[in-house]
Design a binder for this molecule. Sequence first.
Ligand code: FE
Ligand code: ZN
Ligand code: FE
Length: 170
Amino acid sequence: MKIETMEDLFLEQIKDLYDAEQRLVKALRDMAEAATSPQLRQAIESHWKETKGHVDRLERIFNDLQTKPKGETCDAMKGLIEEGETIVSDTDASPLRDAGIIAAANRVEHYEIAAYGSARTFALTLGLSTAVSLLEQTLQEEKNADKKLTYFAESMINNEALKTSTAMRR
Ligand code: FE
Ligand code: ZN
Ligand code: FE
C-alpha cells in the first residue's frame, strides 16, 4: 500500500502491531510453557493475558477508523520470536534457559514500547483521542512487563543460572 498521508502511516503502524501482537499471543504461551521458574512462568502467562487485550484494543482502533482489522506481516516480531525459540531449543529446561527467555522477552517488550510510543504520538498529532488513550494503556502494560522481567533476572534468575550451569560443568 502506498503511504501518502499521516493517516496512512498511522494505519500502517497499527497493522504492523496487529500482526505482531497476534504472533505474540501464540509465542508467549509457548515461552511460558518452556520456562522452568514458576514465577517467570506466571509472569509470562499474565502478560499473555494482557497481550490478548492488546489485540482487542487494536481492533477497537480499526473500528474507530472504520477500517476492517487487518495485519501486515511484522518481520521484526517474527524474527524476535524466532530468536526466543532458538534459545529454548538450544538449552535444557533450567535457570539458564529462563535467563535466555527473559533476554528474548525483553527484546520483544522494547520493540513494542518503541512501536506503541510512536503510534500514540501519531494518534496525538492526528487528534485521534480514543486511539491515544488505548495505545497509552497498552504502552504502560508493555513497560510494566519489561520491568517485571528485568526484576526477575536481576533478583534471582541470572544468579541461579550462573550457579547451576557452573556446577554442571565441573
Ligand atoms: Fe503487547
Ligand atoms: Zn514490525
Ligand atoms: Fe508485550
